[in-house]
Structures are given as structure tokens and as C-alpha cells.
Design a protein around this ligand. Structure first.
Ligand code: NDP
Length: 246
């Protein structure tokens, strides 16, 4: 395995932490962004106790200028970005007839427009170096839709269009672009859902439990290997059988 520089956006979150940990344990130099310096210091210190030294740079993925300076800071501190995981994401759930423009635009900016904001400053370097791995973290709800998530489902579905177009444009440059679509994983995002709603969700999952962040990280890491060089434009659903498409 060749050690690379990997940028995982939203690396301090539930799934992001597992991805950072997994890639770091494979020997990659891993970078992530933060918005709150105190929170970032505490998270970085916790990772250091596991022997993982994470390169941390400020950055808001929803803001194009901030995302670009985040990428430039990673390049300066840890080297050119060879692996990009567009993982940062938020929800602002409400039924569409009650949704305001802020709830719509925050979700679209953070989940979908962020793919432009972060990938755009990375892609030219990958093309010049003729190697790259880009993985979007979408969602089961981008595939099947979800009551109360018109904003989130639209943004997450949009990520698939982004993946398959970018995959075509960059295939000849040694760059693969894929999507991982997790089902419900037991992170803060899902634990914030009321317990009775969560129980109903688990009842719909054939495997009978929520996913674990490390199970998502395993799939992301798979796409980033040299051996996965013939896999591009794919979507890997990891959802305990909750939604089976083909
Ligand atoms: P968390 O809420 O635990 O973590 C989200 C991360 O994204 C945090 O590090 C957060 O940083 C960061 N973030 C949010 N907004 C921004 C922004 N504007 N700029 C930079 N960073 C930002 O979420 P999860 O780990 O659960 O989710 C990770 C990804 O997986 C998301 O894209 C989510 O949609 C997707 N997903 C999650 C599922 C689940 O069951 N948990 C299921 C399917 C998909 P900060 O601390 O600064 O807010």
C-alpha cells in the first residue's frame, strides 16, 4: 500500500472519525477540517492517544473560498491531496410544505455544493499527477427518498450525478470517483432522532440493527486502494439490507 495524503471532510463527526482512523491505520497521512478550534483541539488530542496524528485545518465546506483555502492549507502542511472523501454533511429535517429556504439551502450547500467547493481545488492536481481517489458519502435517503427530507434526499441524490460525471471525465487520469451510501448508522446524527422513530427504523432493517461507523469506513477505504483502480462511477449501498437496489 502506498502512503498517500487523504483529506476527509467532516472528519471529527461520527462516520468521519471512523474514516480518518481507518485511513490513518493503513498508513496514510490524514487531514480534516474544523470550524470550532476548541472542539478540534479536544478531538485531535483524543486521536493522538490512539497514535493517530491528524493534520487539521480550518474550513467550511459550504463556502467556496473557505473550502479552497482549506485545501491549500492541507497541501502546504501534509502534501498534495491524493484521496478526497466528501463526508461532511448536515440534516435540517421538516416536511417540504413547512421547509424554509434556509433549511433547503443549508442542506444543499453543505452536502452537495460542498462537493464542488472541495473537489474543484483538488481535481487539477490529481489530473496532473495521474492518480486520485474521490469518494462521496451520500445516503440511503438519496436513493429511496424520505419523509421530511426533501432537502437532504435531493442533495444526496445529486451527489450520485456528480460522481458518475466526474468519473467519466477523469477515468483516463488514474482518478476513480465513487459513492458510498450508508443506511442508518448509530452516530449523533441518528441518535438525535427520537427513540420511538429510531425503533421503527431498526424494525425496517433486515439485519436488525443500526450500522457502525467503522463499517462505512471499511467501504470507503476499499475504494481508495490501488487494487480498486477499475472501479469508478459506482455506488456502494451499505444499509443492512434496508434498501436493496441494483
Ligand atoms: P456528524 O454530524 O457526526 O458529523 C458531521 C461532520 O461534518 C462534523 O465533523 C461536522 O463538523 C462536519 N460539518 C458539518 N457542516 C460542515 C461545514 N459546513 N463545513 C465543514 N464541516 C462541516 O454526521 P455523521 O458522521 O453521521 O455523517 C457523516 C456523513 O454521512 C454525512 O454526509 C451524512 O449525511 C452521511 N450519512 C450519515 C448517516 C448516519 O446514519 N449517520 C446515514 C447516511 C449518510 P462540525 O463539528 O464543525 O459541525
Amino acid at each position: 500500500m502506498n502512503p498517500r495524503t487523504a483529506l476527509v471532510t467532516g472528519g471529527t463527526g461520527g462516520i468521519g472519525t471512523a474514516i480518518v482512523r481507518y485511513l490513518a491505520r493503513q498508513g496514510h497521512r490524514v487531514a480534516t477540517n474544523y470550524r470550532d478550534a476548541a472542539k478540534a483541539d479536544a478531538w485531535r488530542a483524543a486521536m493522538a492517544t490512539e497514535g493517530i496524528d491528524v493534520c487539521m485545518v480550518p474550513g467550511d465546506v459550504a463556502d467556496p473560498a473557505s473550502a479552497e483555502s482549506m485545501v491549500r492549507a492541507v497541501e502546504k502542511d501534509c502534501g498534495p491531496v491524493d484521496i478526497l472523501v466528501n463526508n461532511a454533511g448536515i440534516t435540517r429535517d421538516t416536511t417540504f410544505h413547512k421547509m424554509d429556504y434556509q433549511q433547503w439551502s443549508e442542506v444543499v450547500n453543505t452536502n452537495l455544493n460542498a462537493c464542488f467547493n472541495v473537489t474543484r481545488p483538488v481535481i487539477e492536481g490529481m489530473r496532473a499527477r495521474k492518480w486520485g481517489r474521490i469518494v462521496q458519502i451520500s445516503s440511503i435517503n438519496g436513493q429511496k427518498g424520505q419523509y421530511g427530507q426533501a432537502n437532504y434526499a435531493a442533495a444526496k441524490a445529486g451527489m450520485h450525478g456528480f460522481t458518475i460525471s466526474l468519473a467519466q471525465e477523469n477515468a483516463k487520469f488514474g482518478i476513480t470517483v465513487n459513492t458510498v451510501s450508508p443506511g442508518y448508522v448509530g452516530t449523533d446524527m441518528v441518535m438525535a432522532v427520537p427513540e420511538e422513530v429510531r425503533e421503527k427504523i431498526v424494525a425496517q432493517i433486515p439485519i436488525g440493527r443500526l450500522g457502525r461507523p467503522e463499517e462505512i469506513a471499511h467501504a470507503v477505504a476499499f475504494f481508495t486502494t490501488d487494487e480498486a483502480s477499475w472501479i469508478t462511477g459506482a455506488n456502494l449501498a451499505i444499509n443492512g439490507g434496508h434498501y436493496m437496489g441494483w
